[in-house]
Design a binder for this molecule. Structure first.
Ligand code: HMG
Length: 449
């Protein structure tokens, strides 16, 4: 655990989302032959952010990083490291952070970030969380005026007309990590779970992911539950959380943020976690009295019969008063922005943090637990305490910017998706833009005024 006299954590954050969006419940639902209610409620996504022709993971990362630099009044020489979590790499070798630094230097001057190191963290949707963990270790033993930026940036893209298509999105979140943070101080415990899986991957050269949808949901739940168990073992050993009789560790957590590939996943994840947490406690016996006993795998000769019984039990569990109360108070508040943006892969869980911040749901002294997941697969769980400086963190302005976006037609979306549209729908202004890719494959970016 970190020394408490100088905690390290998240001081501030900024969010960048492209100005274009597709409404899932309009033309998209009609043309794809899907009931709008399935997308709005069954999946939980109302709008998907779509990058314009001049945008990619690098421009979005530079946009959120620049905004964070400006709103926190940072000087380039204070920034010791910029770690970028992404699975939408723009190059197989060159770190995306070098392009980001190149863009930032268009604003701050050539060489201004020369002493800042940068690494790209790739681990599907969990890359940014591993970057954050590593940044916290570095800062814990670094001079106190140094800061680090952890930047998440991704374009979530699946094949047109596939069942993954309505879980797309794009955007970037930048986190300012420093000593004595205003927002969240890490408690220094990280619980991990890793296993080789084929739930979701993108072979080299492919523009869209290969996804085994249902299997990916199962891998997510298995890994996040496993990482929570690992976190809790360490938290008990370290004396961080010491539940009394009839209690469980999440009783000591006010906010649980999950990776959000789509908002409904937070409900599945919460149900799986609370079942794991509450089993064996007196509240579980009362709950089984209300909804019937939880199916036990050893009571079923056929795996399919067990899966069906378990699915039915989960449905009843998620409708129980006990679950709904815990879900509403600890989890649901983190999903609001994702409904308007879609999956931004490695930044999705931090969009959850922005949701809590913007809706005023955080209070000093509360504990937040992050359950991060990356396909392939790996999960990491860590906790942080909301700091007294919370009130001095200004609004990110993201809600106003989301409301001012422009809806595009299905035809425009499909052109952008397939890379067939070269002209921007909204020409860039006061933003970073990809100008061209030269004959060698080097990408030329600039800040367009
Ligand atoms: P699907 O075929 O749309 O799922 O695939 P579904 O038919 O089971 O429907 C989903 C829910 O909608 C169900 O709810 C339906 O009942 C409900 P449930 O039964 O579970 O409670 N529904 C309706 N609700 C209201 N009104 C209606 C209606 N009709 C149906 N009319 C899936 C969904 C997510 C699998 C698919 O979209 C997909 O493959 N997406 C991409 C993969 C993904 O997001 N996986 C999530 C876990 S893996 C992960 O998070 C990592 C990832 O972010 C990548 C990375 O790590 O880099 C993806």
């Amino acid at each position: 655990m970190f020394k408490s006299d100088s905690p390290v954590g998240i001081d501030d954050l900024s969010v960048y989302v492209p100005e274009l969006f597709v409404s899932t419940t309009g033309e998209f639902a009609v043309k794809r032959g899907i009931e709008p209610a399935k997308l709005a409620r069954g999946i939980g996504i109302e709008r998907m952010a779509i990058p314009d022709a001049h945008e990619d993971a690098a421009t979005m990362a530079a946009m959120s990083a620049l905004e964070l630099m400006r709103r926190s009044d940072l000087r380039p020489e204070q920034v010791g490291k910029i770690y970028v979590g992404t699975e939408s790499a723009v190059d197989e070798a060159k770190a995306i952070g070098t392009y980001v630094i190149g863009m930032l230097e268009k604003v701050y001057g050539p060489g201004s970030f020369q002493e800042c190191s940068t690494v790209e963290f790739k681990s599907a949707c969990i890359g940014t969380t591993y970057a954050l963990e590593n940044m916290s270790y570095w800062l814990a033993q670094e001079e106190q005026d140094q800061v680090g930026l952890v930047v998440a940036s991704d374009v979530a893209r699946y094949d047109l007309c596939s069942s993954g298509e309505y879980t797309q999105g794009a955007g970037s979140v930048s986190l300012l990590v420093r000593h004595r943070p205003r927002l969240l101080a890490f408690e220094g415990i990280f619980g991990a779970f890793t296993r080789d899986e084929n739930d979701f991957f993108r072979p080299i050269g492919e523009r869209t992911a290969v996804v085994n949808g249902k299997h990916s949901n199962d891998c997510y739940l298995m890994a996040v539950d496993g990482a929570f168990a690992s976190f809790e073992r360490k938290a008990r050993r370290g004396g961080l959380i010491d539940p009394g009789l009839g209690e469980c560790p999440t009783d000591y957590v006010q906010h649980i943020l999950f990776h959000l590939p789509y908002p409904r996943m937070a409900e599945y994840a919460a149900a799986s976690l609370f079942r794991q947490e509450w089993r064996g406690l007196s509240r579980w016996r009362e709950l089984e009295g209300e909804i019937g006993p939880e199916p036990r795998v050893e009571d079923y000769a056929d795996g399919g019969d067990y899966a069906r019984a378990d699915f039915e039990f989960r449905k009843k569990f998620t409708r129980s008063e006990l679950f709904m109360q815990a879900f509403r108070s600890k989890v649901e508040g983190s999903t609001s922005i994702s409904r308007q943006v879609g999956n931004i892969y490695t930044g999705s869980i931090y969009l959850g943090l922005a949701s809590l911040l913007e809706s005023g749901k955080l209070s000093p002294g509360e504990r937040a637990c992050f359950g991060s997941y990356g396909s392939g697969c790996s999960a990491l769980v860590f906790s942080a305490l909301v700091q007294p400086g919370l009130g001095s963190v200004p609004s990110t302005g993201i809600l106003e910017r989301l409301a001012a976006r422009r809806e595009i037609s299905l035809a425009e979306y499909e052109q952008l998706h397939e890379g067939r549209r070269k002209e921007s729908i909204i020409p860039p202004r006061e933003e970073f833009a990809l100008l061209r890719v030269d004959e060698q494959g080097y990408r030329h970016y600039d800040f367009v005024r």
